[in-house]
Design a protein around this ligand. Structure first.
Ligand SMILES: C/C=C/C(=O)SCCNC(=O)CCNC(=O)[C@H](O)C(C)(C)COP(=O)(O)OP(=O)(O)OC[C@H]1O[C@@H](n2cnc3c(N)ncnc32)[C@H](O)[C@@H]1OP(=O)(O)O
Ligand SMILES: NC(=O)C1=CN([C@@H]2O[C@H](COP(=O)(O)OP(=O)(O)OC[C@H]3O[C@@H](n4cnc5c(N)ncnc54)[C@H](OP(=O)(O)O)[C@@H]3O)[C@@H](O)[C@H]2O)C=CC1
Length: 447
């Protein structure tokens, strides 16, 4: 039995759940990995020069044992997230430390502690097998998976599953991720695949859409409301392309920051009007490595006021980190919110705290999304209220190049990866719904 037989079953319109349940599973499958004995390969290089194409491998790996509450999923498509870039350059830490730590927690978790890490935190595919105790999903179900892995044995996470002390991001802090022909997930990660999307379109939003939803919309994040001025860094990037859609769909006013004409045009096509090209306008928030330039914060704030008719920012959607954080805190209005989920340009932030406390601003830390938030974010995709921002897809063997593109900021929106899917465009079940949204679905394609 090979993965080809699984693909044939997925592509046959006559396959039933019983057929999938009866399919023998292969002993091994192809997966994108990084190797434990290579974690020092980039030692001494600057972050920019660490090349994911050198550290990312395509390996044949053995099928992991299926445990209680888990599912094995045939992955038709996945996507590249920035966490896979971090994994591939072993920054800020090697992810093997996460696998070792997880492996120490239980007999079953030991499976994750291996000399290779199968990465990837998104998937769209078909359930092959479910473990004991899984009743809501069955073989043959077409699914996407969110990337929240929790144990929920502590009451700390019972109100908000992101607060579980054993909270992990699947495919980053756990093994058996989505950039592979088969993935292992906890069944609570599974959600229905939006039926109007192809496999690669359905796999694209998951991680970033859920994160943007919590960070911007949820009461656990900024709790955005109608009319809010929302400053969105990287507004046509992975997170930003969803934050921009949430702002527009929620009646807010996105102020989109991008770095090229082409990206500005994408934001305009999404419906945004206030756009700042940070490259063309040449903002330089740092005079040197240790000194910021408040004059540049002010120039940036003045530009925002021009675009808003004199108003300041209610919510900053932050993720570039060190490079922009001082400016973000400065341009926020009295009582406003800076919500941050990352520090791409450096995690040791510096800002002038007088502007925070004297103007009663708040900084909120946000990370991925809880079970319910991930479900609600996927529901919005399924209803055609928010759309995938897929620009390009790569073959599984070219994942290194895809990660390189994201690392070097050469991409737009999201970058997809075909795993078992032999070509793009497969897996659409509701053609009528798709036709209604086709322009929005294709907005980022090939730009
Ligand atoms: C969904 C997608 C997301 C993304 O893309 S996010 C971007 C990618 N992700 C990242 O860049 C994050 C990568 N992760 C990390 O860098 C690290 O993961 C963290 C910095 C988040 C945490 O590091 P850690 O090593 O887990 O924690 P410690 O605090 O450095 O060390 C743990 C030790 O510190 C003790 N400790 C914790 N809190 C306290 C306290 N309040 N007072 C005293 N000690 C404390 C603990 O007990 C433990 O101790 P003991 O080492 O002996 O076991
Ligand atoms: N905590 C969490 O749950 C999550 C965290 N993340 C993290 O968020 C970060 C962004 O992820 P994602 O949006 O997918 O990545 P992308 O690379 O797809 O998009 C980020 C965008 O930010 C802009 N940007 C990058 N560097 C700077 C800078 N120095 N100054 C201003 N703008 C900058 C770029 O847009 P432009 O050039 O057009 O300005 C870029 O396109 C990553 O570090 C990732 O690990 C992501 C998802 C979830």
């Amino acid at each position: 039995m090979t993965v080809k037989d699984i693909l044939a079953a997925i592509q046959s319109p006559d396959s039933t759940s019983e057929d999938f349940a009866a399919l023998p599973l292969p002993e091994s499958y192809r997966a994108i990995t990084v190797h434990k004995d290579e974690t020092e390969m980039f030692a001494g290089l600057a972050t920019r020069d660490k090349d994911p194409r050198k550290s990312i491998h395509l390996d044949d790996v053995p099928l992991p044992e299926l445990g209680p509450g888990e599912a094995l999923v045939a992955v038709m498509a996945s996507s590249v997230n920035y966490n896979s870039v971090w994994t591939s350059i072993f920054e800020p830490l090697s992810t093997f430390g996460f696998l070792e730590r997880y492996g120490r927690t239980s007999e079953l978790a030991k499976r994750h502690d291996l000399p290779y890490h199968i990465i990837g935190s998104d998937l769209a595919g078909v359930v092959l097998r479910t473990g004991p105790g899984v009743n809501s999903w069955k073989p043959g179900d077409e699914v996407v998976a969110h990337c929240l892995s929790v144990e929920l044995e502590s009451s700390d996470g019972h109100n908000d599953t992101m607060l579980d002390p054993e909270q992990r991001i699947w495919g980053f802090e756990t093994n058996f991720g989505g950039l592979a022909e088969i993935a292992l997930v906890k069944s609570n990660q599974l959600m229905p695949k939006p039926d109007h999307l192809s496999w690669e379109e359905a796999a694209a939003p998951g991680l970033v859409n859920s994160t943007a939803y919590r960070q911007l919309v949820s009461r656990n994040g900024a709790g955005m409301k109608q009319g809010d001025n929302v400053l969105i860094w990287g507004a046509s990037g992975g997170l930003g392309s969803y934050a921009t859609q949430f702002a527009l769909a929620g009646g807010a006013n996105p102020i989109c920051v991008v770095s090229s004409d082409q990206k500005a045009e994408i934001c305009r096509k999404m419906g945004a009007e206030a756009i700042i090209d940070r490259n063309a306008e040449g903002y330089k928030f740092w005079k040197d490595e240790n000194t910021q330039d408040p004059k540049e914060w002010k120039r940036f704030g003045k530009r925002i006021r021009e675009l808003t008719g004199g108003e300041d920012i209610d919510i900053v959607f932050e993720h570039p980190g060190r490079e922009t954080f001082g400016a973000s805190v400065f341009v926020t209005r009295k009582g406003g919110t800076i919500t941050t989920c990352a520090s791409t340009s450096g995690y040791m932030h510096q800002y002038d705290n007088r502007y925070l406390w004297m103007s009663l601003k708040r900084i909120i830390g946000s990370h991925f999304a809880n079970y319910r938030e991930a479900w609600e974010a996927n529901r919005l995709i399924a209803k055609g209220k928010i759309h995938p921002t897929l620009s390009k897809t790569y073959a599984l063997e070219d994942t290194g190049q895809a990660a390189y593109d994201v690392h070097r900021n050469l991409h737009q929106g999201k970058v997809g990866v075909l795993c078992l899917a032999p070509e793009e465009g497969l897996g659409v079940r509701d053609h009528e719904k798709r036709a209604k949204h086709i322009d929005a679905i294709n907005r980022f394609r090939n730009v």
